[in-house]
Design a protein around this ligand. Structure first.
Ligand code: BYC
Length: 338
């Protein structure tokens, strides 16, 4: 962000608080607006409005939690993958998701919150994660469909976030999107292999597509008219497109891929609209979306219980790491004193 703003922020609030005199606050706000409006990047030490900081913490933390919880539906199939090759691919993908969660938690920490604090909020249901991970993975075709559709939706949603106004988030998204592209291709390749197999394998793919299509459309969030955060997030250039714009882009991208694969989407109203130059599609079941977001999806309880148990089982690792860090610090001090 502009040096000017950093200088102002430091002069105004050397202790890092946002409690600055009124005349300086106006200057800071104007400089912030100039940076965001001019496609500049806001960096961690720059002054920023409290609402901007809180919105980012909310969105990036939810995103990080989604990556971490998102390991569970696919992790379910690691031990049952049908070949060593498929097992190695799936293992690498799930590890990538853990990495994405870590980049995103790190980005969130630059906003002054601690990862431990965010984890507590996740496991006590005070913060959300994506609705999509509350559905079960019933067959190995689900692994292909998650790669193709869920990662496909993630790419649609996340590529524009590489241009998000907050520097650490935008930079984390660049690497995440590259890896998501690979994930999507592996999913598509898995499904192509199954589609070239037996009748039963093709039916298994179609069944998985039928179960995942509508939930994947819900990943983009509520319709624009019901999205309380979009307008402000767009003005701050945290989000670059509305939920409905990205959902439409995803539908338009997915239909030709489904045709190439030889599967159909479970939507009788899905058809090309030449006037709009886009596909029309049927109504999303927003009652289902709301229920899943509120915790009543098929796997919400299981996902959270598993995450909670993993956190508790990892306590000894955190204790050991803290004890080691304290010992190193004490040695460093002794060395300095000697
Ligand atoms: N599920 O005003 P809105 C992945 C919440 S990771 C649950 O439109 P916003 C992957 C929303 O948080 C996928 N909650 O919000 C990982 C808000 O609640 P609060 C995750 C949802 O933030 C592993 C309320 O509904 N991707 O792809 O402007 C393997 C109102 O919504 C959902 C990201 O997080 C949902 N689907 O827009 C494979 C991307 N949708 O907080 C793949 C980054 C909405 O006000 N995030 N809500 O109580 C975003 O782009 C935006 O946060 C969203 C929502 C488009 C998701």
């Amino acid at each position: 962000m502009a040096d000017e703003t950093t200088r102002l922020a430091t002069a105004a609030a050397p202790d890092g608080t946002t409690d600055v005199p009124e005349h300086l606050r106006r200057e800071l706000e104007e400089a912030f607006e100039r940076t965001v409006g001019g496609e500049g990047r806001v960096e961690p030490r720059d002054w920023m409005p409290e609402g901007y900081r809180r919105t980012l913490i909310r969105q990036v933390a939810q995103h990080a939690h989604s990556e971490i919880i998102g390991m569970q539906p696919e992790g379910n199939w690691i031990l049952r993958a049908p070949s060593l090759r498929r097992k190695a691919i799936l293992l690498a993908k799930v590890q990538d998701e853990a990495g994405h969660g870590l980049y995103l938690y790190s980005a969130t920490e630059t906003l002054g919150v601690d990862r431990g604090e965010l984890t507590e909020k996740l496991i006590s249901s005070k913060q959300k994660y994506s609705s999509i991970f509350n559905y079960p993975t019933l067959t190995f075709a689900d692994i292909g469909v998650i790669g193709w559709l869920v990662d496909g939706a993630a790419i649609c949603n996340q590529v524009p976030l590489c241009r998000s106004s907050y520097g650490p988030y935008a930079r984390a998204m660049v690497r995440i999107c590259k890896e998501e592209s690979f994930h999507q291709r592996q999913g598509f390749e898995l499904l192509r292999t199954l589609m070239a197999g037996t009748e039963a394998q093709r039916a298994m793919v179609q069944d998985a597509v039928d179960r995942w299509w509508w939930p994947s459309l819900m990943m983009f969030g509520p319709a624009d008219g019901d999205s309380p955060n979009t307008q402000q997030s767009m003005a701050w250039r945290i989000k670059r497109h509305t939920n409905d714009e990205l959902r439409q882009r995803y539908v338009d991208m997915s239909v030709p891929q489904a045709e190439a694969l030889g599967v159909t989407f479970p939507d009788p109203e899905l058809r090309w609209n030449a006037e709009r130059g886009s596909y029309d599609f049927g109504a999303i079941d927003w009652d289902e979306f709301t229920a899943v977001v509120k915790g009543a999806g098929p796997c919400n309880a299981q996902r959270l219980a598993h995450r909670r148990a993993a956190h508790e089982n990892g306590q000894w690792v955190r204790d050991a790491a803290s004890a080691y860090a304290a010992k190193q610090e004490a040695r460093r001090r002794e060395g300095v004193a000697a």
